[in-house]
Design a protein around this ligand. Structure first.
Ligand SMILES: C[S@@+](CC[C@H](N)C(=O)[O-])C[C@H]1O[C@@H](n2cnc3c(N)ncnc32)[C@H](O)[C@@H]1O
Length: 207
């Protein structure tokens, strides 16, 4: 198992969204946050012989972080084919050796026949009008296919996530704070760069 810092360094070559779409909340996770999340999963032994699914994979940061930790196979799903083209290039950039596949599709209505997978996801938070609770639809799909999941949510979501997940048959086993760096990439952003406080949760769906 390599260090978290070494993983973050290796992920530093991952390219961001070229032409991000605001309504899809196309913000890339930083290499540091991806490395922190995947490091917890690695320490927990979640990748041993695992099939990993990154829901809302974007340019592949979380999928590729996992691919560097020796799972059996990784699949990244995104509704937008454009970032997945970048994800494919990113897989070569980081030198992923695990089998990685990119699938265009709706992560809330998966076009895949999978079960007992380890899910990683930084889903849309539902910050845009008309898209509220977007992360709930992701959690519903995760509940149907995952043995374990790691998801990122708005800061202050813990009570909601714990009760929503309990109703769906899972249990939050770990919670940790993460900071998301958001570049000034959409017209409604007024700062050059913002740091958004968020929380990551490990959820055990096997109970
Ligand atoms: C916050 S970004 C995270 C991107 C990437 N996972 C990362 O961590 O850098 C959310 C991603 O979810 C994708 N997305 C939004 N709604 C989706 C849906 N219904 N099905 C699949 N992907 C979706 C967006 O295109 C975007 O790439």
């Amino acid at each position: 198992m390599g260090t978290r810092r070494a993983l973050a360094r290796r992920l530093g070559v991952v390219q961001d969204f070229q032409d991000p779409t605001a309504s899809l909340e196309q913000y890339a996770t930083s290499a540091e946050v991806a490395a922190s999340l995947v490091h917890v999963a690695d320490e927990r032994g979640d990748f041993a012989d695992a099939n990993v699914l990154d829901l809302g994979a974007g340019t592949g940061m979380l999928a590729l972080a996992a691919a560097l930790r020796g799972p059996r196979r990784v699949i990244g799903v995104d509704v937008d084919p454009a970032p997945l083209r970048t994800a494919r290039e990113n897989a070569s950039r980081v030198g992923a050796t695990a089998e990685v596949e990119w699938v265009v599709g709706d992560a809330t209505d998966l076009p895949l026949d999978v079960s007992d997978v380890v899910v990683l996801s930084n889903p849309p938070f539902g910050a845009q009008d008309g898209n509220e609770h977007a992360d709930r639809a992701f959690l519903d799909q995760i509940a149907a296919v995952a043995s374990v999941s790691y998801t990122v949510h708005n800061a202050g979501s813990r009570e909601f996530v714990e009760s929503y997940v309990a109703d769906a048959g899972g249990e939050v086993t770990d919670a940790f704070a993460v900071e998301l760096d958001v570049d000034n990439q959409f017209e409604f952003h007024d700062a050059d760069r913002a740091v958004v406080d968020a929380e990551a949760y490990r959820i055990d769906w096997s109970t």
